[in-house]
Design a protein around this ligand. Structure first.
Ligand SMILES: [Zn+2]
Length: 273
């Protein structure tokens, strides 16, 4: 099978294009990683270049040793992923120690994986310990309304979860665990990777203040849908806040309880107080 015909590659490209058309990716903003299934690798392995040099990841992910990932390239623009996949994306393999990677395909014009690779892999490793490898996709983007909220809300998990839950009924259904929030930190560092993966132990979405969001999911649709839902609620929050400093109505705690009962949800109790 040609690599560009592989269903996971098509889904990867679709997510990147969706993110771009939604305005989440100015210039080279954002990055995406997919943890490739072994059966999917077997179908395309004949196209790999396995003699590239091993390079440092910048962190250690021993639980992902020997695994394969499709990753967007550093400095590459999401707007080009659809028409120029081989230059904007690549497939990498992690070595047996979990400390190094090598490029097997892609980054054709001499590129390399996103500078956020340590954070992506640490998130996937944390999720693997929790759910045995169900989480396959990690996505980072810059949704404008959510970023705007990080300038007016307290930078806490509770403030953001409560705000977003109350502005759209779907929100507690889509993210019943809530979402995490990090203060402003230097991006691309091991420190922000560790802080994000700590939050990923509890949530599937982590806000980077004044920067963007990281989301994780088992499929491309689920991952993008989570981000899209969060950003849409943030947009409603901003429109409501722009119209009036107070609200005439809201989704109350009893209403959230009714919703949880109707949908069989287990809402994170620490945000129900
Ligand atoms: Zn970013």
């Amino acid at each position: 099978m040609e690599i560009l015909d592989a269903p996971f590659v098509k889904a990867f490209v679709n997510l990147a294009n969706d993110g771009y058309t939604h305005g989440y990716h100015e210039r080279n903003g954002g990055n995406l990683t997919y943890w490739i299934e072994k059966e999917e690798i077997e179908q395309i392995a004949c196209h790999f270049t396995p003699d590239n040099a091993w390079q440092e990841i910048g962190t250690e992910v021993p639980d992902l040793a020997g695994e394969y990932f499709m990753v967007t390239g550093t400095g590459r623009f999401f707007r080009h992923v659809k028409d120029d996949t081989i230059n904007t994306c690549g497939i990498i393999e992690v070595d047996e120690t979990g400390k190094r990677y090598r490029i097997l395909w892609g980054y054709a014009d001499g590129g390399r994986p996103t500078s956020e690779l340590p954070t992506h892999l640490m998130n996937l490793e944390v999720k693997k310990k929790l759910n045995g490898g169900k989480t396959r996709v990690v996505y980072h983007c810059h949704p404008v309304n959510l970023i705007a909220l990080t300038f007016v809300l307290p930078l806490t998990d509770a403030a953001f979860t409560k705000e977003l839950w109350q502005f759209m009924t779907e929100c507690p259904v889509i993210f019943p665990d809530g979402i995490g929030v990090l203060p402003w930190m230097v991006c691309g560092s091991k420190e922000i990777g560790i802080a994000t993966s700590e939050k990923m132990k509890e949530y599937n979405a982590v806000v980077w203040s004044h920067h963007g969001i990281f989301v994780a999911g088992s499929t491309f649709d689920e991952t993008f849908g989570l981000c899209h839902t969060i950003e849409k609620s943030a947009e409603i929050a901003i429109k409501v806040r722009s119209m009036s400093p107070t609200k005439l109505h809201t989704i109350t705690r009893p209403m959230l309880r009714d919703l949880a009962a109707a949908f069989g949800l287990k809402l994170n109790e620490k945000f129900m107080r």
